[in-house]
Design a protein around this ligand. Structure first.
Ligand SMILES: *Cc1c(COP(=O)(O)O)cnc(C)c1O
Length: 395
């Protein structure tokens, strides 16, 4: 018998969900790994068996843009891990994010979001949606009062990303969801950094949780994928409208690789967390390092919120050198041997990238700051630290 899930007594624990939930080997000849249903359509023995549109809610499969048995297994597992009724996979994190936002706005509406959200998400809100008469206001977002103050009569969506990109600032999920509920505003949260293991936005009152499954859920840097999770009523509309009409589905082969990634998600996250915590401590004590931006560190400026809404911390952080020039950041990054230079994260491999971040995202001042973003992979902590020590001497 599996252990009970501490978050939901009706579900098995996370490890069992990742390994077995949503699977039925009897349906596929007892195969322990579900097959890839790599087909666009499903056919029928006669016209009476054909149903149109079909393919949803227990109806016979019809067409892979509607539903696919391999993808559905990944959706069942991720919905269970996020404590949602239903999940829908998309062909990328951005397809998931744009679909979730589009499902929550109409012409004339207004969106509030933190200024530190993922760049392309911000671009979607600032340059794409205005074409359809949707406006956005960007705030620091750490203080729930700011959300209330930025609200207009036309605000239909509070969009959150916590911890946010590059500087990992957190928003209080429960408090922001509470304000939204009082005013009939939808809430959506990009939960990619924490993964479903370490943060449960839906349990804190958020309506839609979103992941770039390219990152930790996939975990092997071999797929681009996204997923949205929410209640049955909200997800039903999102699947029929943004899912089927915009059509940004996840390919069944990528869904099968996502399933392979999910099998090891709990042990990978533990290892990312353990090594990242060790390195964040060592980095914050290093003479060349001015600041470490990572919710798991000892001097976490939002420790109370971290304790309230995060069950763990993942492997993505940024550091600011005392010497905050592009040249110093590049010298350090170019000296690293065990960190590849690359912009994504969430895979098995350690990555480093110099990044210029508006200073207002950090402390409200002007200009830009050069940071180094580090993804702490699954390599040995000793090897990673030895590498960082040598590289930091070049700062
Ligand atoms: C990478 C990323 C995304 C976008 O995901 P894709 O799969 O690349 O489309 C969204 N949000 C965050 C926080 C990300 O880091």
């Amino acid at each position: 018998m599996s252990e009970k899930n501490p978050l939901n007594a009706d579900l098995p624990d996370f490890e069992t969900i990742c390994a077995h939930f949503g699977e039925d080997p009897a349906r596929y000849q007892g195969a322990v790994v579900p097959p890839i249903y790599q087909n666009s359509l499903f056919t029928y023995p006669n016209c009476a068996a054909w149903n149109s549109p079909g393919g949803l809610e227990g109806e016979p499969y019809n067409y892979t843009r509607v539903s696919n048995p391999t993808t559905e297994i990944a959706e069942a597992k991720i919905a269970a891990m996020e404590s949602g009724d239903r999940a829908r996979c998309f062909g990328s994190g951005m397809a998931a994010i744009s679909s979730a936002i589009l499902s929550s706005v109409k012409s004339g509406d207004h969106v509030v979001a933190p200024k530190t959200i993922y760049g392309p998400t911000k671009q979607f809100l600032t340059t794409y949606l205005p074409r359809f008469g949707v406006e956005a206001t960007f705030i620091d977002g750490c203080d729930p009062q700011e959300w209330d103050d930025s609200r207009r009569s036309t605000t239909s969506l509070f969009y959150l990303e916590t911890p946010s990109s590059y500087v990992f600032k957190q928003q209080d999920l429960q408090a922001v969801a509470g304000i939204a509920k009082r005013h009939g505003i939808v809430t959506a949260c990009d939960n990619s950094w924490a993964s479903p293991l370490f943060q449960s936005p839906l349990r804190l009152g958020i309506d839609l949780s979103i992941h770039s499954a390219t990152k930790y859920l996939g975990g092997h840097s071999d797929i681009v994928a996204g997923v949205v999770i929410g209640s049955e009523s909200r997800m039903k509309r999102l699947v029929l409208d943004e899912g089927l009409l915009l059509g940004g589905i996840l390919d069944p082969f990528a869904a099968w690789l996502l399933l392979r990634g999910l099998r090891t998600l709990p042990i990978r996250m533990e290892q990312h967390q353990r090594t990242a915590r060790l390195l964040s401590r060592a980095l914050s004590e290093h003479s060349a390092v001015g600041s470490v931006y990572y919710p798991g560190m000892d001097a976490d400026p939002q420790a109370v919120l971290t304790a309230k809404q995060l069950r763990g911390t993942s492997g993505l952080m940024s550091i600011a050198l005392h010497n905050q020039t592009r040249e110093a950041a590049c010298r350090v990054v170019d000296s690293l041997k065990n960190f590849a230079i690359g912009c994504s994260w969430g895979g098995f491999e350690s990555l480093a990238i110099p990044c210029d971040v508006p200073a207002e995202h950090i402390d409200g001042s002007e200009g830009t700051r050069w940071l180094i973003r580090l993804h702490i992979g699954l390599e040995s902590p000793n090897a990673l630290w030895a590498d960082l020590e040598v590289a930091l001497a070049k700062a």
